[in-house]
Ligand binder design. Sequence first.
Ligand code: IPM
Ligand code: MN
Length: 350
Amino acid sequence: MPARIHTVATIAGDGIGPEVVAEARRAAEAAGARFGFGLDWVDYDLGADRWLRTGEALPDAVLEELRGVDAILLGAVGRPDVPPGVLERGLLLRLRFELDLYVNLRPVKLYPGVSSPLAGVKPDDIDLVVVRENTEGVYVGAGGTVHRGGPAEAATETSIETRAGVERVLRYAAAKAQERAGRLTLVHKTNVLVHAGDLWQRAARAVAAEIGVALDYAHADAACLYLVADPGRFDVVVTDNLFGDILTDLGAAIAGGLGTAASANLNPESSASLFEPVHGSAPDIAGTGRANPVAAVLSASLLLDHLGEREAAAAVEAGAVAALPGAAGYSTQALGDRIATAVAGGGSPN
Ligand code: IPM
Ligand code: MN
């Protein structure tokens, strides 16, 4: 019996989700065998099929069970035969909100062997993390429609930011900056969003001073420009939910695409955090064996790190990175084989 056992729920979900989760799981298993811990996987049948069959996106009883696991690994949710928003709101966002996963940590890193669409950048030039607030902003769903369909139709989508919500994510980001190069950049739009921007700005100054990190600021539009023109200026970026959503797709693009973009939805104070690749369910390539499992494997690395399995996390990341050069020439499973072999043996998969 291994000394430590971690219970990990998997929500493989839709499209390429099951294919990439299978490879992420193998990489994590290989790390467990090498570093002396066990993983107790519990599979949850959630996603498009479940919803079409039963009308349930996330039954309350399942949510209660998920509160008790050590971590959750999610593949992807969403399919063209389910109306947009049903699974996104009913499953993914509900998990983020109900489990109070207020940090969405999204590394933006250009790995060797991956080509960036930016001219002349080398791997070391792009290495930052975005800390996206994950439970507030426009995502809270406050708003409504009146006179729907008529000439007087009006819709509101209210963005809600709380001092406590802003402060806790800033604390996490500042601590992260302290572990890294010590540079924290707040991204907002204080020149237009004067109410929420002011709250973020004052809270960021207070937290940065308290924790002792340098604080920089960029408007969200300028941050897009800097990400492309000078990504090296960023170390840790902290921002609200919607700006973070947009900025991290751009981040994924400059780091070579969604194939390597991983994310962690964390509540640092409780254990049931959720790990998922940034990519979606890609129904067009589902079942073809062409999905790149690396983003899911890197998400498993973040998961292991969160469980305190630091060496295993580093080995899984190294295994995924070693498999990257020429990855496009391999099937999902063949890449998974290369990664699992590298993780198990500590050597190169070649
Ligand atoms: C993401 C996604 C989600 C978001 C969608 C699927 C609800 O785009 O994780 O970035 O907007 O947060
Ligand atoms: Mn997104």
